[in-house]
Ligand binder design. Structure first.
Ligand code: T3D
Length: 266
């Protein structure tokens, strides 16, 4: 097993930061060290202006199997059970919030099973590309827990209330093709093509006018809680911000010069 120092790795290519969960022998289960490293990695990606798209994936045959149950059990046996409420507040929740609010697109490359909080992590991303063999499991109920790490927020918004209830209550395994059919996944590709397809997809997103994409993410987030008037007002306000970007000038110039735009993300 990768030691705690390497349980999350980060690499950069074409303004895409790839974060890889790296505990493959336990299907990238989230122990304390992985959560700390993932928290640092997503925060670093959020504030680094050279990063214009974040890609999150898993090493080995899984995306992420959620909370490390061995760690949970060991702590109970040692007489110092993990305070789950505190762990959610201090570890999981900031990761989900940072992904949802960073002003750049975040893609999950779901290379295998995404279970429990691992599924929540995938759901928190803006877009999901999945391998054909990937699966999504709301595993919480299988061990008598409730959905967490943002699952009850994201799941109904992505697939609708009835489907969300069924998936959360039963914890049944959802395969990639059904996940795509119900709107949980944007693209499904053959397993062996996933790494290259995800990087290519992320690079395309990184080449977009990143400020505008970030502002649209802000508006789409707001739309979940706003009424129409509030949303119209926000659109008007943030359009003003968008008009002040270099990328808007470049987009206009490219249109009139009849050439492809070269956006710099500024
Ligand atoms: O606040 C808090 O901290 C609480 C938060 C909770 C949020 C949650 O995430 S609750 C849900 C926790 N996750 C689960 O309940 C999923 C547990 N895993 C599974 O159900 C299955 O492993 C899978 C369905 C994900 C995959 O099944 P399969 O058959 O492909 O693989 P496997 O053989 O079960 O697993 C391979 C190994 O990974 C195995 O170890 P071994 O036998 O080879 O030594 C297995 O024990 C280990 N593993 C898988 N998931 C976890 C894990 N080890 C620790 N924690 C895991 N979550």
């Amino acid at each position: 097993m990768a030691d705690d120092q390497q349980c999350v790795t980060s690499t950069d290519q074409d303004q895409v930061r790839t974060i890889t969960l790296n505990r493959p022998t336990v299907l990238n289960a989230c122990n304390r060290a992985l959560l700390a490293a993932l928290g640092e990695a997503v925060t670093a990606a959020a504030v680094d202006r050279s990063v214009r798209c974040l890609l999150i994936t898993g090493a080995g045959r899984a995306f992420c199997s959620g909370q490390d149950l061995v760690e949970l059990k060991q702590r109970v046996e040692a007489g110092s059970p993990i305070n789950l409420e505190q762990r959610l507040r201090e570890r999981y929740n900031p990761i989900i919030s940072t992904i949802r609010t960073m002003a750049k697109p975040v893609v999950a490359a779901v290379n295998g099973v995404a279970a429990g909080a691992g599924a929540s992590l995938a759901l928190a991303c803006d877009l999901r590309v999945a391998a054909e063999s990937a699966t999504f499991i709301q595993a919480f109920v299988r061990i008598g827990l409730v959905s967490d790490a943002g699952s009850t927020f994201m799941l109904p918004r992505l697939v609708g209330a009835a489907r969300a209830a069924e998936l959360a209550f039963t914890g049944r395994t959802l395969d990639a093709s059904e996940a795509q059919r119900i709107g949980l996944v944007n693209r499904v590709v053959p397993d062996e093509e996933l790494p290259a397809a995800a990087v290519e997809y992320a690079a395309q997103l990184a080449a977009l006018p990143t400020r505008a994409v970030g502002l649209m993410k802000q508006m789409l987030n707001a739309a979940w809680a706003a009424n129409l008037d509030e949303q119209l007002e926000l659109e008007a306000r943030l359009q003003t911000t968008a008009t002040q970007t270099e990328d808007h000038q470049e987009g206009l110039a490219a249109f009139f010069e009849k050439r492809p735009a070269q956006f710099a993300g500024r």
